[in-house]
Design a protein. Sequence first.
Length: 470
Amino acid sequence: MRTTRDTDVLVVGAGPTGLALGIDLARRGVAVLVVERAGALFPGSRGKGIQPRTMEVFDDLGVLDAIRAAGGTYPVGMIWEDGRRAGEHRMFDTAEPTEDAPYNEPWMVPQWRTQRILRARLAELGGEVAFGMELVGLTQDEGGVRAQFASGDAVTARYAVAADGGRSTVRGLLGIGMTGETVDPNPTLVADVRISGLDRDNWHVFPPGEGEGFLAICPLPGTEDFQLVAQFPDGTAPDLSLEGIRKVVGTRSHLAPECVTELRWASDFRPRAALADRFRSGRVFLAGDAAHVHSPAGGQGLNTSVQDAYNLGWKLGAVLRDGADAALLDSYEEERRPVAADMLGLSTRVHRGETRRGGATRQLGLGYRKSPLTRETRTDPGPLRAGDRAPDGTVAGVRLFDAFRGPHWTLLALGGAPAPDPGGRIRVVRGPAPGPYGPGLYLVRPDGYVGWAADTAAGLPDYLARFGRC
């Protein structure tokens, strides 16, 4: 039986981007339907690296404990030559946790586990994922969006979000182009395998031999699996079968082919970097790989994508539930497209060996100082300014990340600054200024960035007015 369903927001794609957006909308009381063309969640490990800034996002979305339990730290790389251990390779520059950045190292979780955790959280909040929904048509007018599916079913929504990957059907239907480049013409195979004869304490790297590309085999924490990555010469079509992968292992390592005991998932790709020409068309937004496609080097793709969702979620909630002017949604592209462009450049430089995986890849320094939503009015601001990520810390016994957690705004009155009570759904924290914070007033957005900073409360009501009933 063909049906037509109504919702506030239709999210096309049940990857990390779509699921994170669904969670953020559901916790704000926004009716959201996440649809997925496939019959189940993505089964592979592909986007396995979760950066510190995304860990902070997951803290706010209520899934951090599950993510930490499901993963582990990155193993030390072990270089093999002629069947012998030839030396260690550190994949990332190390950084110790601090009070203002408590999650200061990347965390490894297979993408399929991340998605299961996000889906479970969405279900807790009353959200739904509908599988087997292949989008074939999309129209919109001033009142909303209508999506047509191959089954004959339809969904009408006030807004829609394309989170359907690098080959986005939605982006194609909207006629939005992508501009980019091939980062590496050599095809790369990635697979999840069971394998014997290797320890699980190291990321095993086998340098390229004559006429062959490299082979890397990484243990996936919390599973019995390894992620296998192998590069091939340009013009080669990688064999994705179990026998094909056994041949690669037997040829490029000291292991016998039969050490590969099971193939669980496999794919191939050519690393590229591409950015959508626009992140919005009317009532439809692009997020995640539908908006930007990265080389996997540096682990920026999934993380930039989840943060797209985190940026867009509170703005849709403000418009749909809090009475904010719809013009607020213009800031999504204004804020996120420059960030995506920067992260694409970073991923490409890491892939080409032009920079290490260090502070920039952790994404804690990203911000929106040039955003139309940013107001810095202090006469003598310190290093932390409006538009920056709001660091963690403790104020009068209150941990700031605990105060920020939830779909609300937070006003910090620090170092003796006047402490107004703006009312509404704004939490107020008063006390001495910790760590990187100086004295003053800091209004922290629902996505953990300082939107407004001032010496006095003058201008606060006008600033808040544009966001509806905060």
